[in-house]
Design a protein around this ligand. Structure first.
Ligand SMILES: Cc1cn([C@H]2C[C@H](O)[C@@H](COP(=O)(O)OP(=O)(O)O[C@H]3O[C@H](C)C(=O)[C@H](O)[C@H]3O)O2)c(=O)[nH]c1=O
Length: 185
C-alpha cells in the first residue's frame, strides 16, 4: 500500500495496486502491519457503509472533538468510495494544530480505489458527484452518537470549495454550528 501525507499532518492519501485479470480485479484495502509501520492508529474497531442515492448529497462535517477523559476520545477513520465518486473533505479541528481550520479535498473514486485516512480531531464530510455512491468507513472506535459533533458545511472560516450546491442533506447537518460557535474542542 502507498501512504502519502497530505498538507494536513496526520491525514494520508492511501492507495494500492489493483490487480486485474479476466475475472475482474483485486485491491488491498487495509493492512494492520502497514498501518503500524506508518505509525497510524489502527481502524479496526468498526466499519460502516454509507449509501447515497442522489448526486449532490452532502454529509458532514463531523468530528469527535478531543476532550479530556475517555468518553470524548476521538476517532480515526479510513474513508473509501466503493461505488461512484465523491468529493471528500478533511478539516483540521485539532486545538493548537499548526494547520487548525485548514482543509483538504480529494475526489475518491471507486474505480481508482483511492482512500483517505483521517486521524482524531480532523472533521470529515463529503458530497456525492453522481447518483448511487457508496462509501466504506473503517473506524478506530465504535460509533458514539452522543459525543459526535460537527461544524456546518458552508462555514466561511473554513470555506470548502464544494463542487455543487447540496441538494440532499440531513436536518442535523443543515443546522450544525459554525466553528466560531463551536466551543473549544
Ligand atoms: C456514522 C454511524 C451511524 N450509525 C447510525 C446512526 C443513525 O441511526 C444512522 C445515520 O447516522 P448519521 O446520520 O450520523 O450518518 P452520517 O451523517 O452519514 O454520519 C457520518 O458522516 C460523516 C461524513 C462521517 O465522517 C462520520 O463517519 C459519520 O458522522 O446510522 C451507526 O450505527 N454507526 C455509525 O458509525
Amino acid at each position: 500500500m502507498r501512504f502519502e501525507e497530505t498538507a494536513i499532518p496526520g491525514v494520508f492519501d492511501i492507495d494500492s495496486d489493483i490487480f486485474t485479470d479476466e475475472r475482474g480485479s483485486f485491491q488491498r484495502a487495509y493492512c494492520a502491519d502497514e498501518w503500524r509501520d506508518h505509525g497510524l492508529e489502527p481502524v479496526e474497531a468498526q466499519s460502516g457503509i454509507s449509501r447515497n442515492r442522489a448526486p449532490a448529497t452532502l454529509r458532514g462535517l463531523h468530528v469527535i472533538p478531543e476532550h479530556e477523559g475517555p468518553e470524548h476520545e476521538g476517532e480515526a477513520k479510513l474513508v473509501r468510495c466503493i461505488r461512484g465518486r465523491i468529493f471528500d473533505v478533511a478539516v483540521d479541528l485539532r486545538p493548537g494544530s499548526a494547520t487548525y481550520l485548514a482543509h483538504i479535498t480529494r475526489e475518491l473514486d471507486a474505480d481508482r480505489g483511492n482512500a483517505l485516512y483521517l486521524p482524531r480531531g480532523v472533521a470529515h464530510g463529503f458530497m456525492t458527484l453522481q447518483s448511487e455512491c457508496d462509501v466504506l468507513y473503517q473506524f478506530s472506535r465504535p460509533h458514539r452518537a452522543n459525543v459526535e459533533r460537527g461544524v456546518r458545511w458552508d462555514d466561511p472560516d473554513i470555506a470548502v470549495p464544494w463542487p455543487m450546491q447540496p441538494e440532499v442533506m440531513s436536518e442535523r447537518d443543515r443546522n450544525l454550528p459554525l466553528v466560531a460557535q463551536f466551543d473549544s474542542i
